[in-house]
Design a binder for this molecule. Structure first.
Ligand SMILES: [Zn+2]
Length: 74
């Protein structure tokens, strides 16, 4: 069946309404993101942040001032 998301109104397909409610996976992930910051760091791992840090370091080593673009929604 096609379910229309309660949060962003986008339609997604599912066998039945998920236990989390009529929420698409994207919005569901965002909910997790807000609700469980601890689990989030496990989920993403240090790699993204670490890579970001390395890029900034390399850039500043090259004389360029660079900042990570956004902390969360990369
Ligand atoms: Zn949604």
């Amino acid at each position: 069946m096609v379910i229309s998301c309660d949060r962003c109104s986008s339609e997604f397909e599912c066998d039945e309404i998920p236990r989390r409610g009529p929420i698409c996976f994207r919005c569901h992930v965002q909910t997790i993101d807000f609700g469980f910051t601890h689990g989030k760091s496990d989920f993403h791992g240090p790699t993204v942040r670490e890579r970001q840090r390395q890029q900034v370091e390399q850039a500043s080593a090259a004389g360029i001032k660079a900042e990570p673009v956004g902390n969360r929604w990369v």
